[in-house]
Design a protein around this ligand. Structure first.
Ligand code: GLN
Length: 492
């Protein structure tokens, strides 16, 4: 099995089982992925940095530990890719921005440290939209990532590199972050599973902040089981993140075997209205049908403030971003411009002008405007009030259902360069933003393909801290959809 390339397509859970059982060495797995990255990532561009030596060394340590009979963790030997907003000790971390070029952090963030402690091996850092701002991985200093199903198309974003790497078997599994959809939407566009846990479920310590009241770390994986396993590993209280929740880490792998009979699946009218792409609608209807076949009931309901999610989000997220990005000024982190002898203000100006890309600058300006004295009440405060109404919509809906199903995005992955304006790109987030505004867990599960062969996903939104129900429903969809999706793989 050690030289069987088939294992690179297996789930992370299966890889860890094989490593623990001695059927494959961690080193063989790492070498197989490094070979695939060398052969295929040129066409995709998922990785910004590959730590070949570090990954091989860690794999050898793990194999030696196994030979000594030491117990191995739940992710033993699984080669993982990390979105480049996740801080990694000794590995370049740039958030896909020129302004952080050359920054090598001295520590691992909590989610990364927990993955490593569970036996995962870091293969490298993946591209994303600059500071996670975007929906297509087109706002990356290194250029766009390509969708492995069709390299003329975007992989989604902002965690596009992680999703593309997972879909193309350039890693066993990956981590992304989701502020307004950045795990779920690229997962859907690339035909893999993405789970955004409840806000506070996973520590944000060591996550480069975009919008701190929305950011959350989560897995992008090839199977629902992997999403459960990785979330279990990375979740839980962390004293270094004051917003992390003091609740026991969820027993998600146990939920995998639980049936959905009697589960009430809410279908919000607002998510199925308007110009929904007929292929998206058919795929989502098909996923809901699978849940019904497995014994779930459907409940029609309304989330009346849905249409305010996009405007509220695009005030709150840029406002928080403008504050979070103030720290990049050439003094403490990354690149500096301005030349010797330039004054301090000139150095700030030159560093920020040269270091940030167009979308990051747009967000800083939008956010600074929204927070200006005299405007705060009209924009930021109003958006926060809308946020409360959106959270209340969900609270009322969850009195009548256990989980909500909807599309992830209005259509499949679009051609690179096709978005005519920033607002068009913001509008593409219409189905994912409310979940973050309300702090709820959300998941994207593959449920079909367009006629042109592009993957489609269904979104499941759960009650706060109820990732288990997402896993349960997601597993039922995965089981039901498997015959139709089986044996379809992206070209590379
Ligand atoms: N597309 C959204 C934005 O640009 C969401 C990004 C994210 O979740 N990081 O803000």
């Amino acid at each position: 099995m050690a030289d069987d390339p088939e294992i690179v397509w297996a789930s992370a859970a299966a890889q860890a089982r094989a490593v623990r059982a001695g059927e494959v060495t961690a080193r063989a797995l790492v070498d197989a992925y490094l070979a695939r990255i060398a052969a295929h990532d040129g066409a995709i561009g998922a990785y910004l940095h590959v730590d070949a030596d570090g990954a091989r060394a860690r794999a050898d340590e793990l194999d030696a530990a196994r030979d000594r009979g030491e117990p191995l963790g739940p992710l033993a030997g699984v080669p993982v890719a990390l979105k480049d907003v996740l801080v990694t000790a000794g590995l370049p971390t740039t958030a896909s921005s020129k302004i952080l070029a050359g920054w090598i952090p001295p520590y691992d963030g909590t989610a990364v440290a927990r993955l490593k402690a569970a036996g995962a091996i870091v293969l490298g850092k993946t591209s994303c939209d600059e500071f996670a701002m975007g929906s297509a991985n087109e706002h990356a200093a290194a250029g766009p990532v390509k969708n492995p199903w069709d390299v003329t198309r975007v992989p989604g974003g902002s965690s596009g590199g992680s999703a593309a790497a997972t879909a193309a078997a350039l890693c066993g599994a990956s981590l992304g972050t989701d502020t307004g959809g950045s795990i779920r939407q690229p997962a859907a566009f690339c035909g893999v599973v993405g789970l955004k846990p409840t806000y506070g479920r996973v520590s944000r310590y060591g996550v480069i902040a975009y919008a701190s009241s929305l950011d959350q770390v989560g897995p992008i994986t090839r199977t629902v089981e992997d999403a459960a396993l990785i979330t279990e590993v990375i979740a839980g209280l962390d004293p270094r993140d004051a917003t992390s929740i003091d609740a026991p880490a969820p027993a998600l792998t146990r939920a995998l075997g639980e049936r959905v009979r009697g589960l009430r699946v809410g279908l919000p009218a607002e998510y199925f209205a308007g110009e929904l792409d007929p292929e998206v609608r058919a795929a989502v209807d098909g996923a809901v049908e699978l849940l019904r076949d497995a014994g779930a009931e459907t409940v029609e309901l309304s989330l009346p403030h849905t249409r305010y999610a996009m405007p509220a989000y695009y005030v709150i997220a840029p406002a928080e971003a403008s504050s979070n990005l103030a720290r990049y000024d050439g003094v403490r982190f990354g690149a500096r411009a301005g030349g010797r002898g330039a004054g301090l203000l000139e150095m700030y100006r030159a560093t920020r002008a040269a270091g940030f890309g167009a979308e990051a600058k747009r967000r800083i300006m939008l956010g600074t405007f929204a927070l200006r004295s005299g405007y705060y009440d009209a924009y930021y405060k109003k958006a926060q009030q809308v946020r409360t109404l959106i959270a209340r919509d969900f609270a009322e809906a969850f009195a009548r259902c256990d989980v909500i199903a909807s599309p992830v995005a209005p259509g499949p992955a679009w051609p690179i360069g096709a978005m005519a304006s920033p607002v068009d790109e913001y509008l593409a987030d219409v189905f994912t933003l409310a979940c973050n505004l309300a702090g709820l867990p959300g998941m994207s599960v593959p449920c079909g393909f367009t006629r042109a062969g592009l993957p489609l996903g269904v979104q499941l939104i759960g009650k706060a801290l109820d990732e288990a129900t997402l896993i349960r429903a997601g597993r039922a969809i995965e089981r039901g959809a498997a015959p139709a999706l089986a044996e379809r793989r992206p070209r590379p």
